[in-house]
Design a protein around this ligand. Structure first.
Ligand code: SAH
Length: 263
């Protein structure tokens, strides 16, 4: 490569949880300047349809959890290098916030290794967006002291000591990428001594017009059939705060279940 060659800049930005109005002004500005945009499956397409330049190249690099039909991290890393070589500004858009279950380091390592200049822009993570749109204050005074963002997916092994802690805590537990394992989650918590009446919220398609909130308990959810929700983005919130939804909900949700990926 030519000695005077310099790569263009890559901005890695969080697109928020779904509602296109939940993006930062900084992202809006980046969208209006980017030559190419690499987008995730969870980033709402309305966002770039509204704010990107007409000529911008849109590259869909959506990753579907545990699916072979999605773009691998290796392919995404290669695309980032290619784009940085071709364009002066490339925007890499990720769902929610980039630092939460966003595989950020894999991409940063690639950029560092090639000395590609970059900038990072935060986004509203699913837990924050849903806390507002489903009216579930994550640390309500007197109810939950703190909140933990965790995950239970087929790639993680949870130690017994952690299960015991999760079962006993009054902290709010927010489970990302765990819809597939929701039964195992409820059953294991019960097995390790959690209160069967402990409230649990499952929020699908959070902050979008297809948001659906289901409030249940650990006991009830261990017997419920959640198969119709598989494949949709879903967040599981466990703790007493989940029941506050009934008291404070303000978003009118549709009866019919639709997936945000269908439209
Ligand atoms: N970086 C993202 C999380 C990516 S991991 C963030 O900060 O939000 C993907 C997981 O996030 C999904 O499996 C789901 O658990 C959760 N998620 C993301 N968007 C969501 C939405 N709109 N509604 C419900 N859950 C969502």
């Amino acid at each position: 490569m030519n000695k005077n060659f310099t790569y263009g800049k890559i901005i890695i930005a969080g697109a928020g949880p779904g509602d296109p109005d939940l993006i930062t002004l900084k992202l809006q500005k980046a969208l209006s300047q980017a030559d190419a945009i690499l987008v995730d499956r969870l980033a709402n397409k309305e966002i770039w349809q509204r704010y990107a330049q007409k000529e911008a190249i849109i590259l869909d690099v959506g990753k579907k959890a545990y699916s072979c039909s999605s773009t691998s991290q290796k392919e995404i890393n290669e695309l980032l290098i290619e784009c940085a070589a071709k364009y002066s500004l490339t925007l890499r858009l990720k769902g929610g916030d980039i630092s939460i279950y966003g595989n950020l380091t894999a991409e940063l390592e690639t950029l560092k290794a090639h000395q590609i200049p970059y900038e990072l822009i935060p986004g509203i993570t699913a837990a924050s967006g849903i806390a507002s749109y489903a009216a579930i204050p994550l640390t309500a005074r007197g109810i939950a002291q703190s909140v933990r963002f965790v995950s239970l997916n087929p790639q993680t092994t949870i130690k017994e000591v952690v299960w015991r802690d999760w079962a006993a805590t009054d902290d709010t537990l927010v489970f990302y990428m765990s819809l597939q394992n929701i039964h195992q989650l409820a059953e294991s918590l019960l097995q390790y001594g959690a209160n069967p009446e402990k409230p649990m919220a499952l929020v699908l398609n959070g902050t979008t017009s297809a948001q659906k909130t289901i409030i249940t308990t650990l006991e009830e959810s261990s017997k419920k059939d959640f198969s119709i929700y598989q494949g949709m983005p879903g967040l599981v919130i466990i703790g007493k705060v989940a029941a506050l939804h009934h008291q404070y909900k303000w978003v009118t949700e549709q009866e019919k279940l639709i997936s945000i990926f269908d439209n």
